[in-house]
Design a protein around this ligand. Structure first.
Ligand code: 13P
Ligand code: SF4
Length: 347
């Protein structure tokens, strides 16, 4: 039998077709047949385990490309993945992302066993505030609704009135009847919301807590100026977790899903992606004709995911890999996410 007839070789070739354009790799790997042969046994095993266990893998666009293109059933931003979790009929959901995303999946799909590859995959935003902090904030401003960014724990969601994502935050805040809004946990996103409300002529008083994303708060206006000077025609694409100075200088600001759409439909020669590097990897696969200049940064939490850990979580999850939530808390948290689905379009 010739080598290409073996399932392993066929899998390596399938992976190579998908991954060969990924230059922005978190481990500096070059995706060639050799690298694909190394991971093919694992992707085959994971895809077999998925069928055996009636499992689906949801992967955020920031995780490694071999997860996104090798084993994920759904890939995208927080909003898209929450919708998939809500619709899912699978017995097991493996969430390759960070813990707050897996908690959100458990809130929306309580009958499923939801597992995380690595319990240490936190988030500097979600970990910046507790439920007790939100209760204290509410006591200071009684009657004002709490809007929580989805990058928050189930405990914080349970204390909030409505959840938002990077894709719907501006519209939801603009349409809330209350003038004063308590916004947690992202201070920079709150600043961007203030600026956007001003632009739209919507009168809002936004009180925020003090979290920031350790990836997005590092991008600077100077970096944009330098890149624009070097690459005429460059498009700067930013996430709303960036500072308002950076957001104001960007050509487009939106969720990771919207950032991808913007790049795919734009004809500019060069792009500076002010977000996590995983998104650049995705665009190198899905928009290989575009050029990305350096700028993106790694999220250390997202990079804790790996094929090995996904295989282990599917095969026999350790207790620390299984997401459990108190039912009362889950229902309270679900209320604020359901409210988001009512207020945002579900496409
Ligand atoms: P998106 O929902 O836009 O993918 O953002 C999630 C995130 O964690 C950004 O840092
Ligand atoms: Fe959290 Fe920032 Fe990582 Fe997104 S990139 S998961 S906001 S730390």
């Amino acid at each position: 039998m010739i080598a290409t007839d073996t399932p392993l070789e066929a899998e390596a070739e399938r992976l190579l077709k998908l991954l060969m354009n990924v230059a922005c790799d978190p481990h500096g790997r070059t995706w060639n047949l050799e690298t694909c042969r190394e991971i093919a046994p694992l992707t085959l095993e994971i895809n077999r385990l998925k069928r055996e266990k009636n499992a689906v893998i949801l992967a955020h666009s920031y995780v490694e490309p071999e997860i996104i293109y090798g084993v994920a059933d759904f890939r995208g931003d927080s909003y898209y993945l929450s919708l998939q979790a809500k619709k899912s009929q699978a017995a097991v959901i493996v969430f390759a992302g960070v813990v707050f995303m897996a908690e959100t999946a458990k809130i929306l799909s309580p009958a499923a066993t939801v597992v995380v590859p690595d319990r240490g995959s936190g988030c500097s935003l979600a970990d910046s505030i507790t439920g007790e902090d939100v209760r204290q904030l509410k006591a200071l401003y009684p009657g004002s609704p709490v809007v929580c960014y989805i990058n928050s724990t189930a405990e914080v969601k349970a204390e909030s009135d409505v959840c938002v994502t990077s894709g719907n935050v501006y519209d939801i805040v603009a349409n809330l009847p209350s003038r004063r809004i308590l916004f947690v946990p992202d201070r920079l996103m709150a600043e961007n919301v203030r600026a956007e409300m001003k632009r739209r002529g919507v009168d809002k008083d936004i009180i925020s807590s003090d979290g920031t994303c350790l990836v997005h708060d590092e991008f600077t206006a100077a970096q944009i100026a330098e890149a624009r000077a070097q690459f005429p025609g460059l498009k700067v694409v930013a996430h709303p977790e960036c500072t308002p100075e950076v957001a104001a200088l960007a050509d487009f600001v939106g969720s990771t899903g919207a950032m991808m759409k913007y790049v795919k439909t734009s004809s500019a020669p060069y792009y500076l992606m002010l977000t996590e590097c995983g998104l650049v990897g995705r665009l190198e696969v899905e928009a290989p004709e575009k050029n990305f200049i350096g700028g993106c940064r790694l999220c250390p939490y997202m990079k804790l995911n790996s094929l090995e850990k996904i295989r282990d979580a599917l095969q026999a999850p350790r207790p620390d890999q299984i997401v459990t939530l108190d039912e009362g808390l889950r229902q309270k948290a679900q209320h604020c996410i359901d409210r988001m689905f009512e207020l945002a379009p579900q496409d």
